[in-house]
Write a protein that binds this ligand. Structure first.
Ligand SMILES: [Zn+2]
Length: 317
């Protein structure tokens, strides 16, 4: 790394030093990646009641008028306000394959309009069989880097069902595609959308498909704590955890605790925007009593590494 002192006044810097500074900024400046955001097409927001009637997952998450729906443009504005360079835009676990496809189109279109700012993950209904695999293939060809946010509980399938999941997982592994699943705690308070994708369910998936790159949302419902068991730690080789909705679930010390158990290299900053403002959780991470190195990894470096090879196509970061 080039040693650059940011307090050095520009006026006294030689051209050479200025050049060194720009190189430093280009290659060492922190890139912030929000790994967990949701966007929807404007027509879904306008006809919200119709989509609530049509789909159980959408109904679960968005029946309350307080649950905000935002478009790609609103996400970009939030990123600009909060200092987020790149966001992973997730779909949801629509129960019907045709609604997955309709909303995947919007995500793919948004990524094509903001290729430097957004990375797209698509939704699939694994029970659709071949149609789900073809949809994943279509999305990956159009630039998608992952599948998610999967909701096996609401979409009514078994994440560890090897017959059902193998074709999707095989395609994902072959193309370095990442799966991201919702997760929740088996204990504690109830909340809208909590569901029952608990550490035991995630562990069955991880054991069935150890080569799959998997992101368990919301700190994996507490799965990292079981990594104090050596066999669990070993099984988590290809598993990552996002921090989405931390403020609603855990004390801030979870960042340090999980870093100590599984390593900061497995933690991906995610907000769950628009459920939580991106600025709020970024401020939380910046205020943590952990090293700058760990903050850098959590806020963006881990995501960059994970996404860099995904899909083999264009990359926003
Ligand atoms: Zn979730």
């Amino acid at each position: 790394m080039i040693d650059f002192n940011p307090s050095m006044p520009f006026v006294s810097m030689s051209q050479h030093a200025l050049l060194r500074m720009f190189v430093w900024l280009r290659y060492n400046a922190l890139v912030v990646v929000d790994f967990h955001t949701h966007i929807f097409p404007p027509w879904v927001r306008e006809r919200r009641d119709e989509y609530i009637r049509r789909d159980a997952c959408f109904a679960l998450l968005y029946s309350s008028a307080k649950a905000k729906l935002v478009t790609a443009e609103e996400l970009i504005a939030s990123m600009d306000d909060s200092g987020v360079d790149c966001s992973v835009v997730l779909n949801i676990g629509w129960t019907g394959q045709e609604l997955c496809r309709e909303t995947n189109d919007y995500i793919l279109d948004s990524v094509s309009r903001y290729p430097d700012r957004l990375v797209g993950f698509c939704g699939v209904q694994p029970r659709a069989g071949d149609a789900a695999v073809r949809e994943l293939e279509r999305c990956v060809l159009a630039g998608a880097k992952g599948v998610g946010e999967m909701r096996s509980d609401v979409q009514r399938f078994d994440l560890a069902d090897e017959v059902l999941m193998k074709p999707l997982v095989d395609f994902a592994v072959e193309h370095d595609i990442i799966f991201l699943t919702h997760a929740s705690e088996p204990v504690g308070h109830e909340y809208v959308g909590k569901g029952n994708i608990t550490p035991g369910v995630l562990y069955s998936l991880i054991k069935a498909f150890p080569y799959l790159k998997l992101v368990c949302a919301h700190w994996g419902g507490g799965l990292p704590f079981y990594a104090l068991m050596p066999e669990v730690a070993k099984a988590l080789d290809n598993v990552f955890f996002d921090t989405a909705a931390t403020n609603f679930l855990y004390q801030a010390q979870i960042f340090k605790q999980v870093s100590d158990i599984v390593g900061s290299g497995k933690i991906l900053f995610g907000s769950d925007y628009p459920l939580i403002s991106q600025g709020r959780i970024m401020a939380q991470v910046h205020s943590l009593d952990i090293s700058q190195e760990d903050k850098g990894k959590i806020l963006g470096e881990n995501a960059q590494t994970l996404l860099s090879g995904a899909g083999g196509g264009r990359n926003a970061i």
